[in-house]
Design a protein. Structure first.
Lengths: 139, 139
DNA sequence: GTTTCATGTAACTTATAATGTTACATGATC
DNA sequence: GATCATGTAACATTATAAGTTACATGAAAC
């Protein structure tokens, strides 16, 4: 979203500063997005990161998938294939519950396009400027 | 569930052995269950842990709540109250999605009583014994 | 009543994963 | 060819959960 708001490609350094992290961490994360075709990267002068397709055609789910679709849950099985019959029964029941919740979560993420978030962002920016006076938001 | 299957209170040491962990870790975890009134503990000879109420009246949610209701999600906001307007908008959208998923997950956990799991466990135990010949399952 | 057994808990160590950092290779633009 | 930017390996730091040691407290057995 920062990229789409900018008029030129943004460097990893600029992005890192905006989100209080490190250029290499940015590259690592963005690499997933690049491989998924969500963003582009260019080397050399005037290079950096830019969006590769319409924000309308990107959802939060696409971003999630692009970064590797890590398990969204902090709770999990202590053992994957336990010999303990109690543990088996509990694991299966929890797995069912998590699966249901995950399905719903993913469906929800698919409904949120980055374009929709960009609209909300613009509203927020307007309100912010009215309250505090003009403020350049280039990054 | 191990406790309800046993005919006497089980010590932290016995439980630790059954779940391949450490007696102190067992005590730490069980302390939450005790404070929530799900289990009892007794010191001294013949002491140990036992269930404090009918398995019918305990659900997976009760257990989850008893151990402190930690956030079930591995994904979260990078910053709780970010100044960045993009981050604000994304956080709120994700928070909404997580909240919905969490509500559904908790509702689901409330439908699973430990008694229901105990029934499944007994079935599994029967099948296990038919397949392998009698096997004492006291812990 | 004292010995034994069990929990309760503080303090510390270890394991693991995410994040941050340094260093340098590769490629594009000026 | 000098400069700028990504790509990536290797390493360091940090945070958190799990495991461990040590010892105090209380209950039962003898």
């Amino acid at each position: 979203m920062h990229l789409s708001a900018a008029s030129k490609p943004l460097t990893s350094e600029e992005l890192a500063k905006a989100m209080h992290t490190n250029p290499v961490v940015v590259r690592r994360t963005m690499a997933g997005l690049r491989e998924a075709g969500l963003v582009r990267s260019e080397k050399g002068h005037g290079g950096g990161w830019s969006v590769a397709r319409d924000l309308e055609a990107m959802t939060l789910y696409d971003v999630y998938a692009a970064i590797g679709a890590p398990t969204p849950f902090a709770l999990g099985n202590r053992t994957e294939s336990p010999g303990c019959l109690v543990e088996q029964v509990v694991n299966e029941s929890l797995d069912d519950a998590f699966k249901e919740a995950e399905t719903i979560l993913m469906a929800r993420l698919r409904t949120v396009s980055l374009a929709a978030l960009a609209v909300q962002f613009k509203h927020r920016l307007t309100a912010h400027n009215e309250h505090q006076g003009e403020c350049v938001y280039d990054v």
